[in-house]
Ligand binder design. Structure first.
Ligand SMILES: C[S@@+](CC[C@H](N)C(=O)[O-])C[C@H]1O[C@@H](n2cnc3c(N)ncnc32)[C@H](O)[C@@H]1O
Length: 249
């Protein structure tokens, strides 16, 4: 929040520190515009030294908010092998999740895995040389495991699901909920939630709850992708997708 305050200063009247799944601006209902820019910021990579990237040798913490939850190193230290494999597969779509989990469990008996370089080295060891031959060279073998651990440690998908359930009802007539996603797992959740809200059928559970058919529409249902110029200027935007839901009634 300090970075936001430093950048936006008095332009913003009300700064609140909290998880968007707790809907921190509920007392301001109804809202005209809600914008979620998901994931982690460049500052997390370049500034906070919490082990979000395998490019720098740092302590394996990966928490966006260090006042909550447990660190990634703690997860690697206490989780069962099967649970580690589930985390890597479910939140990173890592095909070698079982082998990497097995290696972590074997290594931690000798030395705790506490740094990004230790974890990255394990992933590199597990990935067979032919991996490079298959033309995946541009993706580092540790990419998916790091994404998976980060999503798990911060409960990112659970928070997003809670926000998708709560935020649409905070919109005023004509109000919009805009969300930028950065990977397929979160994009799938937003796409499905917005589609369901914009296609409510009479017999749909959502209709029985608090919305009626025609209450919402999607602006650009396919989502908005970054332009080539944007990607050239900010390569981190390449996987971004903007999705917008509007309350029309
Ligand atoms: C992609 S960055 C936002 C970058 C910002 N829009 C900018 O232009 O610098 C996402 C931010 O959202 C925060 N964040 C991610 N998940 C969150 C959640 N569930 N609740 C609150 N903040 C969250 C992260 O800590 C990070 O600072």
């Amino acid at each position: 929040m300090s970075l936001a305050r430093a950048r936006l200063g008095e332009k913003v009247k009300d700064y609140r520190h909290g998880n968007f799944s707790d809907t921190p601006f509920e007392d301001q209902n109804p809202l005209g515009f809600i914008f979620l820019d998901l994931g982690i910021s460049s500052a997390h990579f370049d500034y906070f030294e919490r082990g979000f990237s395998f490019r720098f040798d740092q302590k394996l913490d990966m928490r966006m908010d260090v006042t909550r939850g447990i660190s990634a190193a703690k997860v690697l230290a206490v989780s069962e092998e099967q649970e580690l494999a589930r985390i890597f597969f479910e939140y990173g779509e890592e095909k070698l999740s079982r082998r990497i989990a097995r290696e972590i469990v074997a290594r931690r008996k000798i030395n705790p895995i506490e740094t990004t370089s230790q974890l990255s080295e394990i992933c590199e060891k597990i990935y067979p040389p032919k991996y490079k031959a298959k033309g995946h060279a541009q993706r580092h073998p540790a990419t998916r495991v790091f994404q998976a651990l980060r999503i798990y440690v911060n409960g990112e998908l659970t928070a997003l699901e809670a926000a998708l359930a709560a935020l649409p009802q905070q919109l005023c007539l004509g109000g919009r909920l805009a969300i930028i996603t950065f990977h397929s797992l979160e994009d799938r959740l937003v796409k499905r939630a917005f589609r369901n809200l914009s296609q409510i059928e009479q017999n749909d559970p959502l209709a029985r709850s608090n919305f009626l058919p025609g209450d919402f529409q999607q602006i650009e249902p396919g989502g908005i992708a970054p332009t080539d110029a944007e990607i050239a200027e900010n390569p981190r935007a390449r996987s971004a997708r903007l999705r917008i839901l509007e309350r029309v009634r």
